[in-house]
Design a protein around this ligand. Structure first.
Ligand code: FES
Length: 166
């Protein structure tokens, strides 16, 4: 089955109102969710509707990330670690872009984190999101490894901790 990494907020709300079981509706990409990555609550539909974005850390406490509601109604999420040399990018709701303060790379939030301007060599890792029946949002996987990090969550946790403050 083909799945995309995004869904519109209206679709999510309709699915939840329709009483779908938790995880029955998902806008997470199955191809983007290696089973070793954690399932972590990041906020609620109500919160992203109100603020337009939710800041969180994923897959560990040292990995800043952002979920955002785009003007077309899609909800997407990305790691904020730049793929060039690992600086933290900043999200601008007005332009729906993420810009790196170190060397000026720009990523397009509406086009899967694609590089609009280098020197970043690759898109930002996209984070797969799932919604539960009660409107909670969960991060469940990454589309690609984060810059400078081990490729597996086990290696990552060994270096940076569990991500839950322990
Ligand atoms: S670290 Fe982001 S552009 Fe260089």
């Amino acid at each position: 089955m083909s799945m995309t990494r995004r869904a519109s907020l209206a679709t999510i709300a309709t699915a939840i109102a329709g009483g779908l079981a938790a995880d029955a509706f998902s806008f997470a990409g199955a191809d983007a969710a290696p089973s070793t990555e954690p399932r972590q609550k990041i906020g609620t539909l109500e919160e992203i509707r109100a603020k337009g974005e939710i800041a969180f850390a994923y897959p560990d406490a040292n990995s800043p990330a952002r979920a955002m509601l785009l003007t077309n109604g899609d909800v997407v999420a990305y790691s904020l670690i730049c793929t060039h040399m690992g600086c933290e990018v900043a999200y601008a709701q007005e332009t729906e872009t993420l810009t790196c303060p170190c060397h000026g790379s720009v990523f397009d939030a509406a086009r899967s984190g694609k590089v609009e301007r280098g020197p970043a060599p690759r898109p930002l890792p996209e984070i797969a999101i799932q919604s539960s029946q009660d409107g909670d949002l969960y991060a469940v996987g990454l589309s690609a490894p984060i810059f400078g990090r081990p490729e597996s969550i086990e290696e990552n946790q060994a270096l940076y901790g569990t991500g839950d403050g322990r």
